[in-house]
Design a protein around this ligand. Structure first.
Ligand code: NAG
Ligand code: NAG
Ligand code: NAG
Ligand code: NAG
Ligand code: NAG
Ligand code: NAG
Ligand code: NAG
Ligand code: NAG
Ligand code: NAG
Ligand code: NAG
Ligand code: NAG
Length: 722
C-alpha cells in the first residue's frame, strides 16, 4: 500500500500536498515514520523535508556518505551522527508531522586569489556531497533519507563599485557600437551576452536569456535584398541583376541609437530613482494642460472622475464639463463644496501670460429648488425640520481665453436654503465652459460658417435693450427625457448642427382629457412652444447680435385651423403630437480646407395625429374610469437638409481645362516619370542622360524577357507547338 502511494506521489509534483495528507494517515496507521519526499536534491543552501508518523522520541542524525568503492551502493542507515557543514532544525507542523530544515553553514562566496579565510568556495562547484538523514529512536534507525547536494558558488560582479558608463563610439559612423547593451565600463552587464567584461561563468548564468536584437549586439540577419542571402528557392530569376552588394556593417541599424548629442559619463549610481518634484507650472496653457493658481497649486473644481464626484479635481485648459453630483443630506454641511465662502472662491489664477486672473464671483439665489432637490425622504418628521442656510447648489465657471492664455474667469454661484425634513437628496451642479475671446460672452459655433455638431444659434429680439434691434442668443431644443420619460420631468437639449435627431417624452392622458379636445390641443401646443422660443436663427456660426442680416426669420407653419375637426367621444383629432424642425443649409465656401456651411432656412411644423384610449388586450379600465391615464408620446425631430450648391449645367469638354498633364494639379504626375530625359533635367548633359535612360530601358526589356512571365509564355508556346 505504501508503494502504491509512492508511485502516485512521484508521478506528480502538484499532488504533493495531497500525498502528504495521505501518507500522513498511512504512517499514522502503521505506527512507522517516513520521510517525504523520499529523496532530496539540494541545489541551494536550504532544503526541507517532512517526517511523518509517530515522531515522539525520534531523534535526527546526519552524516555524509559516499558510495562503496566495491559495491557502488550506500551503506545502511546509521544512528551515529557526524560533523557536517549542515545545520538541522525541526518544527512540529502537526501532531504526526515534523518539518526538517537543512541549512548550509557556509558562505557561498568564491574565494579570492591567495585568500586565507576558509569560509569560501575554492571552486565554482562549491558543495558536492551525499548526505544521509536518519530518524532514530534510541539506536534504532526508523527511516532514512538521502540528500544529494550540488551547490554552486554565488558569483558577484568583480567590480560592482564602478559605475562608469561605457564610452560608446560615435554611433553615426559606427554600426551599433560593438555591443549596445554594454552599459557599464569594465563590468559585466547582466543579460548582455556580447559584453566582453563577462567571464565564462557569468555568461553561463544568463546565456539562455541574452538580450535580443540589435541592442543585445545581435545584428539581425542580412536584409533579403543582399546578394549574399540569395536563396535558391524563393528568389526570382532576375534577382542576380538587381541584388545589392553591401558590406554587412552597412546595416539599417546604423545610427539607431544616435540622438544627436553625446553624454559625458558622470560618476554616481546608474539606476537612480527619479527625483519627484512638484508639478512645474506652465508658462503658457495648451489644450488639456492643467490650470494653476498663483501659488502654483492646481486650480480645482468638484468634478466627476471615473463616475464618482471628486471635491477637488484639476481643471484642464479648454476642457468644458458639466457634472451633477448627488449627496444625501441629513445634517447641514459646513465644509466645501456645499458651503463655500467668497474668499475661497475668489482665487488668483495664473493666466498663462505671466500675470493672473481673479475669479469674479456672482451670486444667484435659487428660489425654485426643484432641480436641486430630487427626492425628499419619505420619513419626514415635522419636529426634525432643519433649514440649511445658503448652501452652494451650483458653481458655473466661465473661462474666457485667447491664444494660450486666460483673459478672465467668472463664476456664477447658485445658493439656496434647503429645508431638511429628516433628510434630502441634493443634486448639485458644477460646470466649466471655455469661451473664446474677451467677454463676447457667447460660444460661437464656427467661423464664419457652422461646424458640424456645434449648437445651432437661435435668437430672440432683445426687448431689454430699448429696441436697438439687437438680438439675444438662445437655442432651439429637442426633448431630453430623463428616467421615467415623462414630459413633466423632461429636460431640453439644444439641436446640434448637422445631426439629425428625434426625441420625445410621454404625457399621461385620461379619458376625461379626451373629452376636452381643444384644451388638450392647446396644452400640447404650449408644451411644444416651451422647447423653442426663438424667432430668428443665425445664418453663420458667429453672428453679430446687431447685424440683422446675420439672422433669418424662423418659419412656423401654423396649424390649419380651418381643418374640420371630427372629434368623437373618447378620441381627439388633430393633436399636434409631433414637431418637425427642418434646417436647410449649404456650403458657402471653404476656409483652410474646411467647408463652411450656412443656414438658408429653418422651418418648424407639426404633424397631427388622432389620440384615443387603447382598451384592447383586456385592459379596459382606462376606458371605464375617466381619470385613469394612459401614456401618449410627444415627439420632436430635427432634419438637416443639404442644398446642393452646384446647380449650374455641367461643363462641356471645351470648357474644362485640360489639367491631366498639369503636375501642379495632380497627385500622380506622369511627365515626371520621364524627367531625366526631359529638357528640364540639368544634372547631366542631355546626351548622357538620354544614353543612360536608353540603357535602363534596355535592361528593363531584358529583365522582362528573361523573367518569369515571358519564360512561361515561351514554355507555353513550345508546348503548344510540339
Ligand atoms: C508513539 O510511540 C511511543 C513509543 O515510541 C508510544 O509509547 C506511543 O504510544 C506511540 N503513539 C501512538 C499514537 O502510536
Ligand atoms: C574508496 O576509494 C577512495 C579513492 O579511490 C579512497 O580514498 C577510499 O578510502 C576508498 N574507500 C574504501 C571504503 O575503500
Ligand atoms: C598570490 O600568491 C602568489 C605567490 O605567492 C603571488 O605571486 C601573487 O601575486 C599573489 N596574488 C595576490 C592577489 O596576492
Ligand atoms: C571612472 O571614471 C573616473 C573619472 O573618469 C576615473 O577616475 C575612474 O578611474 C573610473 N573608474 C573605473 C573603474 O574605470
Ligand atoms: C445668506 O446669504 C444672504 C445674502 O447673500 C445673507 O444676507 C445671509 O446672512 C446669509 N445667511 C447665512 C446664514 O450665511
Ligand atoms: C434705455 O432707455 C432709457 C431711457 O430712454 C435709458 O435711460 C437707458 O439707459 C437705455 N438703456 C440702454 C441699455 O440703452
Ligand atoms: C439627415 O436627414 C436627411 C433627410 O433624410 C438626409 O438627407 C441627411 O443626409 C441626414 N443627415 C445626416 C447627418 O444623417
Ligand atoms: C388632463 O386632465 C387632468 C385632470 O382634469 C388635468 O390635470 C391635466 O392637466 C390634463 N392634461 C392635459 C394634457 O390636458
Ligand atoms: C422677419 O419677420 C419680421 C417680423 O416678425 C418682418 O418684419 C421681417 O420682414 C421678416 N424678415 C424676412 C426676411 O422675412
Ligand atoms: C390648410 O387647409 C387648406 C384648406 O383646407 C388646404 O388647402 C391647405 O393645404 C392646408 N394647409 C396645410 C398646411 O395643411
Ligand atoms: C483654364 O486655365 C487657365 C490657367 O490655368 C485659366 O486662366 C482659365 O480661366 C481656365 N479656364 C477655365 C474654363 O477654367
Amino acid at each position: 500500500m505504501a508503494n502504491e502511494a509512492d508511485l502516485f506521489c512521484s508521478s506528480s509534483f502538484s499532488r504533493q500536498i495531497i500525498c502528504v495528507l495521505l501518507l500522513f494517515s498511512l504512517a499514522h496507521a502503521q505506527n512507522v515514520v517516513v520521510f517525504r519526499p523520499s529523496y532530496l536534491t539540494a541545489t541551494g543552501p536550504v532544503a526541507s523535508v517532512f517526517l511523518l508518523g509517530n515522531t515522539s522520541g525520534v531523534s535526527l542524525t546526519l552524516r555524509t556518505v559516499s558510495p562503496s568503492n566495491t559495491t557502488g551502493s550506500i551503506g545502511p542507515p546509521s544512528c551515529v551522527g557526524e560533523e557536517t557543514q549542515w545545520l538541522i532544525t525541526s518544527e512540529q507542523v502537526a501532531k504526526t508531522a515534523v518539518r526538517v530544515h537543512l541549512k548550509l553553514e557556509k558562505s557561498l562566496r568564491l574565494c579570492g586569489e591567495n585568500e586565507t579565510d576558509t569560509d569560501c568556495c575554492p571552486q565554482p562547484l562549491c558543495v558536492l556531497e551525499t548526505l544521509q538523514l536518519s530518524a532514530c529512536v534510541g539506536e534504532a534507525p526508523q527511516a532514512s533519507l538521502l540528500v544529494q547536494a550540488k551547490i554552486y558558488a554565488r558569483l558577484f560582479p568583480t567590480n560592482t563599485g564602478s559605475d562608469n558608463k561605457t564610452v560608446i563610439p560615435n554611433q553615426v559612423h559606427q554600426p551599433l557600437g560593438p555591443c549596445p547593451c554594454d552599459l557599464t565600463l569594465k563590468a559585466c552587464d547582466i543579460r548582455c551576452c556580447c559584453d566582453k567584461d563577462c567571464s565564462l561563468e557569468e555568461l553561463k548564468l544568463f546565456a539562455s536569456h541574452c538580450l535580443p536584437g540589435p541592442f543585445g549586439g545581435q545584428v539581425s540577419p542580412a536584409p533579403d535584398y543582399q546578394c549574399s542571402v540569395q536563396s535558391t528557392e524563393n528568389s526570382p530569376d532576375w534577382f542576380p541583376f538587381l541584388c545589392v552588394h553591401s558590406p554587412p556593417e552597412n546595416n539599417p541599424y546604423l545610427g539607431l541609437f544616435y540622438q544627436g548629442d553625446t553624454i559625458t559619463p558622470k560618476p554616481g549610481p546608474t539606476f537612480q530613482g527619479p527625483v519627484l518634484s512638484a508639478p512645474v507650472p506652465v508658462n503658457v496653457y495648451f489644450q488639456e494642460s492643467p490650470i494653476f493658481t498663483l501659488n502654483d497649486q492646481y486650480f480645482t473644481i468638484p468634478q466627476k472622475v471615473l463616475g464618482h464626484c471628486v471635491n477637488s479635481a484639476p481643471v484642464a485648459f479648454l476642457k468644458n464639463f458639466n457634472v451633477k453630483c448627488v449627496t444625501q443630506l441629513r445634517t447641514c454641511p459646513d465644509g466645501s463644496p456645499l458651503k463655500t465662502s467668497l474668499m475661497d472662491l475668489r482665487i488668483n489664477v495664473k493666466n498663462g501670460q505671466g500675470g493672473y486672473a481673479t475669479v469674479d464671483v456672482d451670486d444667484e439665489v435659487a428660489t425654485d429648488l426643484s432641480q436641486f432637490i430630487s427626492n425628499k425622504d419619505a420619513v419626514a418628521s415635522s419636529d426634525n425640520t432643519l433649514v440649511c442656510q445658503n448652501l452652494t447648489l451650483a458653481l458655473d465657471y466661465k473661462f474666457y481665453w485667447k491664444g494660450n492664455g486666460i483673459t478672465s474667469i467668472t463664476l456664477t454661484r447658485t445658493v439656496g436654503s434647503v429645508t431638511l425634513n429628516g433628510g434630502v437628496v441634493l443634486t448639485t451642479r458644477y460646470s466649466a465652459i471655455f469661451l473664446n475671446g474677451e467677454f463676447t460672452g457667447e460660444h460661437n459655433s464656427g467661423n464664419p460658417g457652422y461646424q458640424v455638431r456645434q449648437r445651432v444659434i437661435a435668437g430672440i429680439a432683445d426687448t431689454l435693450d430699448n429696441n436697438t434691434g439687437s438680438i439675444q442668443r438662445t437655442t432651439i431644443n429637442l426633448w431630453k427625457p430623463v428616467s421615467d420619460g415623462l414630459c413633466s420631468t423632461s429636460d431640453k437639449r439644444p439641436i446640434l448642427f448637422g445631426e439629425n435627431a428625434t426625441s420625445g417624452c410621454l404625457l399621461p392622458i385620461s379619458q376625461q382629457n379626451l373629452t376636452q379636445c381643444n384644451l388638450l390641443r392647446e396644452a400640447i401646443t404650449s408644451l411644444h412652444e416651451t422647447l423653442t422660443t426663438a424667432t430668428y436663427v443665425s445664418r453663420y456660426g458667429n453672428p453679430d447680435p446687431r447685424t440683422l442680416a446675420d439672422w433669418i426669420n424662423i418659419t412656423y407653419v401654423t396649424l390649419n385651423s380651418s381643418m374640420p375637426m371630427e372629434d368623437t367621444t373618447g378620441s381627439c383629432y388633430g393633436i399636434p403630437s409631433h414637431q418637425h424642425i427642418y434646417v436647410w443649409s449649404f456650403i458657402s465656401g471653404v476656409v483652410q480646407g474646411i467647408p463652411q456651411r450656412d443656414i438658408r432656412a429653418l422651418q418648424i411644423s407639426y404633424s397631427l395625429s388622432t389620440w384615443a384610449m387603447d382598451c384592447g388586450g383586456g385592459d379596459v379600465s382606462p376606458c371605464m374610469d375617466p381619470v385613469e391615464t394612459q401614456l401618449f408620446p410627444i415627439t420632436s425631430s430635427v432634419t438637416f437638409i443639404d442644398i446642393p450648391i452646384n446647380t449650374e449645367p455641367p461643363k462641356t469638354r471645351f470648357q474644362i481645362n485640360f489639367t491631366e498633364y498639369d503636375c501642379n494639379r495632380n497627385d500622380v504626375c506622369w511627365p515626371e516619370l520621364a524627367f531625366p530625359i526631359t529638357k528640364y533635367y540639368k544634372g547631366e548633359p542631355y546626351s548622357q542622360s538620354l544614353a543612360k535612360g536608353l540603357i535602363l530601358v534596355f535592361f528593363f526589356i531584358t529583365a522582362s524577357v528573361l523573367g518569369t512571365p515571358w519564360r512561361q509564355i515561351r514554355q507555353a508556346w513550345y508546348t503548344a507547338c510540339l
